[in-house]
Unconditional design. Sequence first.
Length: 246
Amino acid sequence: MLRDRTALVTGGTQGIGRAIVERFLAEGARVVTVARDAPGNLPAEVAFLPFDLANSREIPDLIGAAENAAGPLDILVNNAGIWRETPALSLDLLDWSQVIAVNLTAPVLLATAVARGMAERNYGRIVNITSIHGRFAAESALAYAAAKGGLEQATRNLAVDLASHGILVNAIAPGFIATRLSVMDGVHERDTSWFQQVYVENARLPLRRHAEPAEVAPSVAWLASEQNTYITGQVLGVDGGLSITF
């Protein structure tokens, strides 16, 4: 689906991002990925650029480096994200600022920067990885939820602004996925009695299980491909049916 296309995937060294990178390679894409830390076993054909997405002023330089490494970008996947516990009554400004910078500001700046080149070629696909937290509240998740909700609205606005330039912009909202963010205090959330009782036994999660990152990647690949010709400004939930039970 992605043969001869060039993609930039943020946070592509682990979790959902790594699964997206591997799927894109299998579909024939040239892939550049960025992360703060160098990966240990990234496929040799992937170009890796170390970068802290909180450095918003350097994002134009990042785009230039990515295109120097692999060519003009046809696809952008904004996947990188961080989590900080942000309870309302003891909100830490630094935690808030970091989450907003990485999870919302960076994706928007990357999208607008990449879109300029895409518009010149009258073709582009942008996929933002949001979360069910963009629609539903959770305790102590103020910054994360605000960022993901903001990114979903940014997806819709970018879709409107870029439609006449041949650029389609969509989002994927994962639910419970087995990634590093699923581990709290050394315990995976799927192994807690809370998850088993609420989401499995009581079927709040209809499929009654976590997903693996590789189950998210195919939807991203399709939205990023030429096969997607008429879907833009949408948020697709990849959540095992969780969002229909709220």
